[in-house]
Write a protein that binds this ligand. Structure first.
Ligand code: ZN
Length: 220
């Protein structure tokens, strides 16, 4: 079995059974440029060619044996900014990447769920917290790693919360307590900065942002 990782995907190949699968890895674990799959997910052939299929305008990994086209599309990360009496609920990560850093409860959207269901699920899983969503707040494109963050404002329903298995700790932070240097991701710090600024005006418009990889020379 062989493991490959590119900027957004972990690729696992097992020649013995002619099988591969891929899983997207979280933000900012970018390691390498795109690596083609070595085996076709449909027929197991190793005849994978990176080319533009007829009628398409993007390079794709196409199986030379059965013609199957391997599409890789962006992932949605959904989550919430839970509030209780002007304090913000953050979780301390118990998993890599960014073990020990603080984040808002968020994670990859599951199939067959809505954005709203995903935000509620992630908050329950990571912080053991029940929330009421009060509106979509940040929509952040991360084109270099093919992810889109969609975070909701929310009110905590009660103080009966506790860290889930992916969190070391879950606690409320007042505005002047936020551990800015210990936040896990730029998407989270950007969302918190917008929120604190908007609290002053009391208006919370949807914030549509783009964050690019710093190595590409574009400010994030
Ligand atoms: Zn094939």
């Amino acid at each position: 079995m062989r493991l490959y990782q590119n900027r957004t995907m972990l690729v696992v190949c097992c020649p013995a059974i002619g099988y591969f699968f891929h899983a997207h890895v979280p933000e900012e674990t970018a390691l390498m440029s795109h690596i083609e799959p070595r085996f076709c997910s449909q027929c197991g052939s190793d005849q994978i060619v990176n080319r533009i299929p007829d009628g398409d305008d993007h390079l794709r990994d196409v199986c030379g044996a059965c013609g199957h086209i391997h599409y890789f599309n962006p992932k949605i990360v959904v989550g919430a900014l839970p509030i209780w009496e002007e304090k913000i609920l953050l979780c301390k990560r118990a998993i890599e990447p960014r073990y020990g850093k603080w984040t808002l409860p968020a994670g990859f959207m599951e199939e067959q769920e809505t954005l709203e269901e995903g935000a509620l699920r992630e908050t329950l899983e990571e912080a053991g917290a029940r929330i009421v969503l009060t509106g979509l707040y940040t929509v952040i494109s991360l084109p270099d790693i093919s992810q889109v963050y969609m975070l909701y404002r929310a009110n905590l329903s009660d103080l009966d919360f506790a860290p889930g298995r992916e969190s070391l700790q879950a606690r409320l932070f007042a505005a002047d307590e936020i551990p800015w240097d210990e936040l896990a991701f730029r998407t989270i710090s950007l969302t918190l900065k917008h929120y604190l600024a908007d609290c002053a005006s009391g208006a919370f418009p949807v914030r549509n942002e783009i964050l690019r990889h710093p190595a590409r020379g574009v400010a994030g």
